[in-house]
Ligand binder design. Structure first.
Ligand code: GLY
Ligand code: MN
Length: 457
Protein backbone atom coordinates (compact mmCIF):
# COMPACT_ATOMS: atom_id res chain seq x y z
CA UNK A 1 0.00 0.00 0.00
CA UNK A 2 1.29 3.44 -0.92
CA UNK A 3 2.10 5.66 2.09
CA UNK A 4 -0.56 8.21 1.11
CA UNK A 5 -3.23 5.51 0.95
CA UNK A 6 -2.06 4.15 4.30
CA UNK A 7 -2.28 7.65 5.79
CA UNK A 8 -5.79 8.17 4.41
CA UNK A 9 -6.89 4.82 5.88
CA UNK A 10 -5.34 5.68 9.24
CA UNK A 11 -6.90 9.15 9.25
CA UNK A 12 -10.25 7.58 8.43
CA UNK A 13 -9.81 5.11 11.28
CA UNK A 14 -8.99 7.97 13.68
CA UNK A 15 -12.02 9.92 12.46
CA UNK A 16 -14.23 6.88 13.14
CA UNK A 17 -12.78 6.56 16.63
CA UNK A 18 -13.24 10.24 17.36
CA UNK A 19 -16.68 10.61 15.90
CA UNK A 20 -18.96 7.65 16.46
CA UNK A 21 -21.42 10.09 18.02
CA UNK A 22 -20.52 13.09 15.89
CA UNK A 23 -23.01 14.87 13.66
CA UNK A 24 -22.61 15.66 10.03
CA UNK A 25 -24.29 19.02 10.39
CA UNK A 26 -22.45 22.18 11.41
CA UNK A 27 -23.30 23.19 14.97
CA UNK A 28 -22.85 26.53 16.70
CA UNK A 29 -20.69 26.64 19.87
CA UNK A 30 -22.35 25.07 22.93
CA UNK A 31 -22.33 28.47 24.68
CA UNK A 32 -24.71 29.84 22.01
CA UNK A 33 -27.38 27.21 22.71
CA UNK A 34 -26.83 27.69 26.45
CA UNK A 35 -27.42 31.44 26.13
CA UNK A 36 -30.66 30.75 24.21
CA UNK A 37 -31.91 28.48 26.99
CA UNK A 38 -30.99 31.09 29.59
CA UNK A 39 -32.90 33.72 27.58
CA UNK A 40 -35.90 31.38 27.51
CA UNK A 41 -35.52 30.85 31.27
CA UNK A 42 -35.79 34.62 31.72
CA UNK A 43 -39.22 34.60 30.09
CA UNK A 44 -40.74 31.84 32.25
CA UNK A 45 -41.88 33.94 35.24
CA UNK A 46 -40.41 31.33 37.53
CA UNK A 47 -42.25 28.56 35.68
CA UNK A 48 -40.90 25.83 33.42
CA UNK A 49 -40.57 24.99 29.74
CA UNK A 50 -40.65 21.35 28.75
CA UNK A 51 -40.21 20.27 25.17
CA UNK A 52 -39.67 17.08 23.25
CA UNK A 53 -37.44 16.20 20.33
CA UNK A 54 -39.13 15.29 17.06
CA UNK A 55 -40.04 11.62 16.78
CA UNK A 56 -38.60 9.25 14.20
CA UNK A 57 -40.42 9.69 10.87
CA UNK A 58 -43.24 7.24 10.21
CA UNK A 59 -42.10 6.20 6.75
CA UNK A 60 -38.73 4.71 5.93
CA UNK A 61 -38.01 7.10 3.06
CA UNK A 62 -38.47 10.18 5.28
CA UNK A 63 -35.24 11.56 6.75
CA UNK A 64 -35.15 12.55 10.41
CA UNK A 65 -35.42 16.27 11.10
CA UNK A 66 -35.28 17.69 14.61
CA UNK A 67 -38.09 19.82 16.03
CA UNK A 68 -37.21 23.44 15.21
CA UNK A 69 -37.48 24.87 18.74
CA UNK A 70 -35.67 21.88 20.19
CA UNK A 71 -32.84 22.36 17.73
CA UNK A 72 -32.70 26.11 18.32
CA UNK A 73 -32.38 25.59 22.07
CA UNK A 74 -30.00 22.61 22.10
CA UNK A 75 -28.35 21.93 18.73
CA UNK A 76 -29.30 18.30 19.50
CA UNK A 77 -30.42 16.46 16.39
CA UNK A 78 -31.43 13.03 17.67
CA UNK A 79 -34.93 11.73 18.36
CA UNK A 80 -36.21 10.69 21.76
CA UNK A 81 -34.93 13.52 23.98
CA UNK A 82 -36.66 16.08 26.18
CA UNK A 83 -35.51 19.40 27.60
CA UNK A 84 -36.65 21.02 30.84
CA UNK A 85 -35.79 24.65 31.51
CA UNK A 86 -36.69 25.96 34.97
CA UNK A 87 -36.95 29.72 35.32
CA UNK A 88 -35.29 31.44 38.28
CA UNK A 89 -38.19 32.17 40.63
CA UNK A 90 -36.29 34.75 42.67
CA UNK A 91 -36.55 37.10 39.70
CA UNK A 92 -40.30 36.71 39.43
CA UNK A 93 -43.52 37.33 41.30
CA UNK A 94 -43.96 33.62 41.87
CA UNK A 95 -41.81 33.63 44.99
CA UNK A 96 -43.57 35.18 47.94
CA UNK A 97 -43.32 35.26 51.71
CA UNK A 98 -46.33 32.90 51.75
CA UNK A 99 -44.39 30.26 49.86
CA UNK A 100 -40.72 30.80 50.74
CA UNK A 101 -39.96 27.14 50.08
CA UNK A 102 -40.94 27.53 46.44
CA UNK A 103 -37.81 29.42 45.46
CA UNK A 104 -35.73 27.77 42.76
CA UNK A 105 -32.77 28.78 40.64
CA UNK A 106 -32.38 28.52 36.88
CA UNK A 107 -31.91 24.91 35.83
CA UNK A 108 -31.65 23.11 32.52
CA UNK A 109 -31.83 19.37 32.09
CA UNK A 110 -31.61 17.26 28.96
CA UNK A 111 -33.41 13.93 29.33
CA UNK A 112 -32.20 11.06 27.19
CA UNK A 113 -34.04 7.81 26.59
CA UNK A 114 -32.93 4.36 27.62
CA UNK A 115 -30.60 2.90 25.02
CA UNK A 116 -31.88 0.20 22.73
CA UNK A 117 -28.85 -1.87 21.75
CA UNK A 118 -30.76 -3.89 19.19
CA UNK A 119 -31.93 -0.73 17.38
CA UNK A 120 -28.42 0.68 17.58
CA UNK A 121 -27.41 -2.05 15.12
CA UNK A 122 -29.48 0.02 12.65
CA UNK A 123 -28.98 3.55 13.93
CA UNK A 124 -25.46 3.52 15.31
CA UNK A 125 -24.47 4.17 18.92
CA UNK A 126 -26.47 6.69 20.97
CA UNK A 127 -25.66 8.54 24.16
CA UNK A 128 -27.63 8.18 27.34
CA UNK A 129 -27.42 9.82 30.75
CA UNK A 130 -24.63 7.45 31.83
CA UNK A 131 -22.36 8.15 28.84
CA UNK A 132 -19.04 9.57 30.14
CA UNK A 133 -18.90 13.41 30.03
CA UNK A 134 -22.43 13.48 28.65
CA UNK A 135 -23.17 16.99 29.98
CA UNK A 136 -20.05 18.37 28.38
CA UNK A 137 -20.72 16.54 25.12
CA UNK A 138 -24.31 17.70 24.88
CA UNK A 139 -23.52 21.18 26.22
CA UNK A 140 -26.46 21.07 28.66
CA UNK A 141 -25.79 21.67 32.40
CA UNK A 142 -27.34 18.39 33.46
CA UNK A 143 -28.33 15.19 31.66
CA UNK A 144 -30.69 12.67 33.21
CA UNK A 145 -32.55 9.55 32.12
CA UNK A 146 -35.95 10.21 30.58
CA UNK A 147 -37.56 8.28 33.43
CA UNK A 148 -36.68 11.19 35.77
CA UNK A 149 -38.74 13.76 33.84
CA UNK A 150 -42.22 13.01 35.28
CA UNK A 151 -40.83 13.01 38.84
CA UNK A 152 -38.97 16.29 38.37
CA UNK A 153 -42.07 17.99 37.01
CA UNK A 154 -44.15 16.54 39.83
CA UNK A 155 -41.67 17.78 42.45
CA UNK A 156 -41.61 21.29 40.98
CA UNK A 157 -45.41 21.55 41.02
CA UNK A 158 -45.71 19.91 44.44
CA UNK A 159 -43.31 22.51 45.87
CA UNK A 160 -45.48 25.31 44.51
CA UNK A 161 -48.79 24.55 42.81
CA UNK A 162 -48.65 27.87 40.97
CA UNK A 163 -45.94 26.36 38.76
CA UNK A 164 -48.76 24.27 37.22
CA UNK A 165 -50.08 27.47 35.64
CA UNK A 166 -46.64 28.46 34.33
CA UNK A 167 -45.72 25.57 32.11
CA UNK A 168 -44.80 26.20 28.48
CA UNK A 169 -44.70 23.32 26.03
CA UNK A 170 -45.22 22.50 22.36
CA UNK A 171 -48.87 23.01 21.40
CA UNK A 172 -50.47 19.84 20.07
CA UNK A 173 -47.55 17.60 21.08
CA UNK A 174 -49.04 14.26 22.16
CA UNK A 175 -46.11 13.40 24.46
CA UNK A 176 -46.36 16.78 26.22
CA UNK A 177 -50.10 16.27 26.65
CA UNK A 178 -49.42 12.81 28.10
CA UNK A 179 -46.82 14.20 30.49
CA UNK A 180 -49.27 16.84 31.73
CA UNK A 181 -51.94 14.17 32.27
CA UNK A 182 -49.49 11.97 34.15
CA UNK A 183 -48.46 14.92 36.32
CA UNK A 184 -52.12 15.63 37.13
CA UNK A 185 -52.71 11.99 38.07
CA UNK A 186 -49.62 11.89 40.25
CA UNK A 187 -50.71 15.09 41.97
CA UNK A 188 -54.21 13.71 42.61
CA UNK A 189 -56.09 16.17 40.44
CA UNK A 190 -58.26 15.61 37.36
CA UNK A 191 -56.29 18.01 35.22
CA UNK A 192 -53.72 20.79 35.36
CA UNK A 193 -54.23 24.20 33.75
CA UNK A 194 -53.69 24.02 30.00
CA UNK A 195 -50.00 24.69 29.33
CA UNK A 196 -48.93 27.84 27.47
CA UNK A 197 -47.67 27.57 23.91
CA UNK A 198 -43.87 27.51 23.95
CA UNK A 199 -43.88 29.02 20.46
CA UNK A 200 -45.09 32.33 21.96
CA UNK A 201 -41.68 32.61 23.66
CA UNK A 202 -39.40 30.99 21.09
CA UNK A 203 -40.84 33.09 18.26
CA UNK A 204 -39.57 36.23 20.03
CA UNK A 205 -36.12 34.65 20.42
CA UNK A 206 -35.80 33.11 16.95
CA UNK A 207 -36.89 36.10 14.90
CA UNK A 208 -33.56 37.93 15.37
CA UNK A 209 -30.65 35.87 14.06
CA UNK A 210 -27.20 35.79 15.66
CA UNK A 211 -23.99 35.93 13.58
CA UNK A 212 -23.61 32.13 13.58
CA UNK A 213 -27.13 31.70 12.24
CA UNK A 214 -26.53 34.36 9.60
CA UNK A 215 -23.40 32.50 8.45
CA UNK A 216 -25.42 29.27 8.11
CA UNK A 217 -28.20 31.08 6.25
CA UNK A 218 -25.61 32.51 3.85
CA UNK A 219 -24.22 29.00 3.27
CA UNK A 220 -27.73 27.71 2.57
CA UNK A 221 -28.19 30.55 0.08
CA UNK A 222 -24.78 29.93 -1.53
CA UNK A 223 -25.56 26.25 -2.12
CA UNK A 224 -29.04 27.12 -3.34
CA UNK A 225 -27.64 29.70 -5.77
CA UNK A 226 -25.26 27.06 -7.13
CA UNK A 227 -28.27 24.81 -7.77
CA UNK A 228 -30.22 27.67 -9.39
CA UNK A 229 -27.29 28.14 -11.78
CA UNK A 230 -27.42 24.41 -12.58
CA UNK A 231 -31.13 24.87 -13.25
CA UNK A 232 -30.55 27.76 -15.68
CA UNK A 233 -28.25 25.58 -17.74
CA UNK A 234 -30.55 22.50 -17.55
CA UNK A 235 -33.81 24.14 -18.65
CA UNK A 236 -34.64 23.66 -22.32
CA UNK A 237 -37.53 22.36 -24.47
CA UNK A 238 -38.20 18.62 -24.11
CA UNK A 239 -36.81 18.34 -20.57
CA UNK A 240 -39.20 17.39 -17.75
CA UNK A 241 -39.69 19.62 -14.76
CA UNK A 242 -38.66 16.66 -12.54
CA UNK A 243 -35.32 16.36 -14.33
CA UNK A 244 -34.54 19.95 -13.43
CA UNK A 245 -35.62 19.37 -9.81
CA UNK A 246 -33.41 16.26 -9.71
CA UNK A 247 -30.38 18.14 -10.96
CA UNK A 248 -30.97 20.76 -8.29
CA UNK A 249 -31.14 18.05 -5.61
CA UNK A 250 -27.79 16.71 -6.78
CA UNK A 251 -26.26 20.21 -6.55
CA UNK A 252 -27.68 20.80 -3.07
CA UNK A 253 -26.07 17.63 -1.77
CA UNK A 254 -22.83 18.37 -3.58
CA UNK A 255 -22.68 21.85 -2.04
CA UNK A 256 -23.18 20.61 1.53
CA UNK A 257 -26.93 20.88 2.11
CA UNK A 258 -28.69 18.00 3.81
CA UNK A 259 -32.06 18.34 2.04
CA UNK A 260 -34.44 20.68 0.25
CA UNK A 261 -35.95 23.35 2.49
CA UNK A 262 -39.40 22.79 0.92
CA UNK A 263 -40.77 20.68 -1.93
CA UNK A 264 -39.12 22.14 -5.05
CA UNK A 265 -41.42 23.93 -7.45
CA UNK A 266 -40.53 23.70 -11.14
CA UNK A 267 -43.65 25.03 -12.83
CA UNK A 268 -43.63 25.56 -16.58
CA UNK A 269 -46.37 26.96 -18.81
CA UNK A 270 -49.72 27.00 -16.98
CA UNK A 271 -47.99 25.43 -13.94
CA UNK A 272 -46.08 28.69 -13.46
CA UNK A 273 -49.36 30.20 -12.22
CA UNK A 274 -49.88 27.64 -9.40
CA UNK A 275 -48.06 29.02 -6.36
CA UNK A 276 -46.98 25.73 -4.76
CA UNK A 277 -47.09 23.46 -7.82
CA UNK A 278 -44.98 20.45 -6.81
CA UNK A 279 -45.88 17.62 -9.20
CA UNK A 280 -43.01 18.65 -11.52
CA UNK A 281 -44.38 16.20 -14.08
CA UNK A 282 -44.68 18.26 -17.27
CA UNK A 283 -42.35 18.27 -20.26
CA UNK A 284 -41.22 21.86 -20.84
CA UNK A 285 -42.06 23.38 -24.22
CA UNK A 286 -40.47 26.03 -26.40
CA UNK A 287 -42.08 29.37 -25.55
CA UNK A 288 -42.90 28.45 -21.92
CA UNK A 289 -41.85 30.41 -18.93
CA UNK A 290 -40.83 28.36 -15.86
CA UNK A 291 -41.00 29.40 -12.20
CA UNK A 292 -38.31 27.62 -10.19
CA UNK A 293 -38.89 28.12 -6.48
CA UNK A 294 -36.37 25.70 -5.02
CA UNK A 295 -33.67 25.93 -2.37
CA UNK A 296 -31.96 23.82 0.25
CA UNK A 297 -31.27 23.59 3.94
CA UNK A 298 -27.71 23.84 5.26
CA UNK A 299 -27.18 22.53 8.79
CA UNK A 300 -30.86 23.02 9.60
CA UNK A 301 -31.04 26.58 8.18
CA UNK A 302 -33.18 27.21 5.11
CA UNK A 303 -32.69 29.17 1.96
CA UNK A 304 -35.61 30.36 -0.14
CA UNK A 305 -34.99 31.44 -3.72
CA UNK A 306 -37.16 31.74 -6.82
CA UNK A 307 -36.06 32.54 -10.33
CA UNK A 308 -38.29 32.62 -13.40
CA UNK A 309 -36.65 31.76 -16.70
CA UNK A 310 -37.68 31.25 -20.34
CA UNK A 311 -37.52 27.60 -21.46
CA UNK A 312 -36.10 28.58 -24.87
CA UNK A 313 -33.48 30.85 -23.29
CA UNK A 314 -35.30 34.01 -24.52
CA UNK A 315 -38.28 35.72 -22.93
CA UNK A 316 -41.08 36.63 -25.34
CA UNK A 317 -41.82 40.38 -25.32
CA UNK A 318 -44.91 39.79 -23.15
CA UNK A 319 -43.04 37.51 -20.71
CA UNK A 320 -40.29 40.12 -20.43
CA UNK A 321 -42.85 42.86 -19.83
CA UNK A 322 -44.38 40.92 -16.92
CA UNK A 323 -40.91 39.95 -15.65
CA UNK A 324 -39.88 43.60 -15.55
CA UNK A 325 -43.03 44.57 -13.66
CA UNK A 326 -42.30 41.93 -11.00
CA UNK A 327 -38.63 42.93 -10.79
CA UNK A 328 -39.74 46.58 -10.49
CA UNK A 329 -42.10 45.59 -7.67
CA UNK A 330 -39.22 43.93 -5.83
CA UNK A 331 -37.07 47.04 -6.33
CA UNK A 332 -39.92 49.26 -5.11
CA UNK A 333 -40.00 47.25 -1.87
CA UNK A 334 -36.21 47.41 -1.50
CA UNK A 335 -36.12 51.16 -2.21
CA UNK A 336 -38.84 51.89 0.33
CA UNK A 337 -37.16 49.87 3.07
CA UNK A 338 -36.46 51.57 6.40
CA UNK A 339 -35.19 49.36 9.25
CA UNK A 340 -37.36 49.52 12.34
CA UNK A 341 -40.30 50.90 10.34
CA UNK A 342 -40.95 48.75 7.28
CA UNK A 343 -43.14 45.67 7.66
CA UNK A 344 -43.98 42.48 5.81
CA UNK A 345 -47.12 40.39 5.99
CA UNK A 346 -49.70 43.15 5.48
CA UNK A 347 -52.35 40.89 3.96
CA UNK A 348 -54.92 43.66 3.60
CA UNK A 349 -52.56 46.10 1.84
CA UNK A 350 -53.56 48.93 4.15
CA UNK A 351 -50.34 49.71 6.00
CA UNK A 352 -48.32 52.54 4.38
CA UNK A 353 -45.12 51.12 5.94
CA UNK A 354 -45.56 47.66 4.44
CA UNK A 355 -43.33 46.33 1.69
CA UNK A 356 -46.44 44.48 0.51
CA UNK A 357 -48.13 47.77 -0.30
CA UNK A 358 -45.01 49.23 -1.98
CA UNK A 359 -44.78 46.15 -4.19
CA UNK A 360 -48.50 45.92 -4.89
CA UNK A 361 -48.71 49.60 -5.84
CA UNK A 362 -45.92 49.14 -8.36
CA UNK A 363 -47.61 46.11 -9.92
CA UNK A 364 -50.97 47.85 -10.01
CA UNK A 365 -49.59 50.89 -11.82
CA UNK A 366 -47.32 49.15 -14.35
CA UNK A 367 -48.44 46.93 -17.19
CA UNK A 368 -51.94 45.75 -18.05
CA UNK A 369 -53.90 42.51 -18.33
CA UNK A 370 -55.11 41.32 -21.75
CA UNK A 371 -58.42 43.13 -21.12
CA UNK A 372 -56.62 46.39 -20.33
CA UNK A 373 -57.03 46.25 -16.54
CA UNK A 374 -54.28 46.96 -13.94
CA UNK A 375 -52.21 43.95 -12.93
CA UNK A 376 -53.09 44.35 -9.23
CA UNK A 377 -55.80 41.70 -9.60
CA UNK A 378 -53.03 39.13 -10.08
CA UNK A 379 -51.46 39.90 -6.69
CA UNK A 380 -52.32 36.77 -4.71
CA UNK A 381 -49.77 36.29 -1.91
CA UNK A 382 -47.92 38.37 0.68
CA UNK A 383 -44.62 39.90 -0.39
CA UNK A 384 -42.47 37.92 2.03
CA UNK A 385 -41.90 35.97 5.22
CA UNK A 386 -39.17 35.33 7.77
CA UNK A 387 -36.57 32.65 6.99
CA UNK A 388 -34.52 30.64 9.49
CA UNK A 389 -34.64 27.07 10.78
CA UNK A 390 -38.04 26.96 9.08
CA UNK A 391 -38.30 28.25 5.55
CA UNK A 392 -41.36 30.08 6.87
CA UNK A 393 -39.81 30.97 10.20
CA UNK A 394 -42.23 31.88 12.96
CA UNK A 395 -43.23 35.50 13.30
CA UNK A 396 -46.26 37.55 14.11
CA UNK A 397 -47.44 39.42 11.02
CA UNK A 398 -47.40 42.21 10.06
CA UNK A 399 -43.80 42.17 11.31
CA UNK A 400 -41.61 45.25 11.74
CA UNK A 401 -38.20 44.48 10.18
CA UNK A 402 -35.21 45.08 12.45
CA UNK A 403 -31.45 44.38 12.34
CA UNK A 404 -30.70 40.65 12.46
CA UNK A 405 -33.95 39.63 10.79
CA UNK A 406 -33.84 37.53 7.62
CA UNK A 407 -36.81 37.57 5.26
CA UNK A 408 -37.84 37.22 1.64
CA UNK A 409 -39.06 39.78 -0.84
CA UNK A 410 -40.89 37.69 -3.44
CA UNK A 411 -43.49 39.56 -5.45
CA UNK A 412 -45.29 37.64 -8.15
CA UNK A 413 -47.80 38.08 -10.96
CA UNK A 414 -49.74 35.01 -12.10
CA UNK A 415 -51.91 35.25 -15.25
CA UNK A 416 -53.47 31.81 -15.99
CA UNK A 417 -55.16 32.98 -19.21
CA UNK A 418 -51.72 33.79 -20.65
CA UNK A 419 -49.93 30.84 -19.00
CA UNK A 420 -47.51 33.36 -17.52
CA UNK A 421 -46.50 33.24 -13.89
CA UNK A 422 -43.49 35.24 -12.68
CA UNK A 423 -42.08 35.20 -9.18
CA UNK A 424 -38.70 36.65 -8.22
CA UNK A 425 -37.63 35.80 -4.70
CA UNK A 426 -34.50 36.89 -2.88
CA UNK A 427 -33.69 36.48 0.81
CA UNK A 428 -32.49 39.56 2.69
CA UNK A 429 -30.76 40.24 5.99
CA UNK A 430 -31.31 43.52 7.81
CA UNK A 431 -27.71 44.48 8.60
CA UNK A 432 -26.55 46.00 11.89
CA UNK A 433 -26.52 49.41 10.14
CA UNK A 434 -30.15 48.95 9.08
CA UNK A 435 -29.26 48.40 5.42
CA UNK A 436 -30.58 45.43 3.45
CA UNK A 437 -28.10 42.72 2.45
CA UNK A 438 -29.25 40.41 -0.35
CA UNK A 439 -28.08 36.89 0.52
CA UNK A 440 -28.80 35.94 -3.10
CA UNK A 441 -26.96 38.88 -4.67
CA UNK A 442 -24.68 36.65 -6.78
CA UNK A 443 -27.52 35.13 -8.79
CA UNK A 444 -28.87 36.68 -12.04
CA UNK A 445 -31.74 39.05 -11.26
CA UNK A 446 -32.73 40.95 -14.41
CA UNK A 447 -34.20 39.41 -17.58
CA UNK A 448 -30.97 40.28 -19.44
CA UNK A 449 -28.83 38.62 -16.74
CA UNK A 450 -31.00 35.48 -16.83
CA UNK A 451 -30.82 35.22 -20.63
CA UNK A 452 -27.07 35.85 -20.68
CA UNK A 453 -26.47 33.19 -18.05
CA UNK A 454 -28.62 30.67 -19.90
CA UNK A 455 -26.54 31.30 -23.00
CA UNK A 456 -23.45 30.35 -21.05
CA UNK A 457 -22.15 33.89 -20.59
N1 GLY B 1 -40.69 29.35 -1.39
C1 GLY B 1 -41.91 28.84 -0.95
C2 GLY B 1 -42.73 29.84 -0.22
O1 GLY B 1 -42.23 30.85 0.22
O2 GLY B 1 -43.91 29.63 0.00
MN1 MN C 1 -40.70 32.19 0.06
Amino acid sequence: MRPVARFVLFAGFLACLAAPLAHAIEKQPAAVYHARRAALGGKLLGGVAVLFAAEEPLLDFMPYRQDEDFYYLTGWDEPGAALLVVGDSSASAINSTMYPEAGHKYEEILFLPTRNFRMEKYTGAKMDASTPSVAQRTGVDEVRPMTDLPKMLNDLIAADRRVAGRIWTQAGNATATGLMQLAATELGTASLPAPHDLADLTTELRVVKDPGEIALLQKASDSSMAAQRVMMRAVRPGVTEATVAGQMYAAWLEYGCERDSYAPIVGSGINSTTLHYAANSRVMQDGDIVVVDAACEYSMYAADITRTVPVSGHFTPRQREIYDVVLGAQKAAIDSFVAGKSKIGDRYLTDPDSLDLASYNYINTHGKSLDGKPLGKYWIHPVGHMVGIDVHDPSIYPAVLKPGMVFTIEPGVYIPEEKIGVRIECTFLVGADGKLIDLTADLPHTADEVEAFMKGK
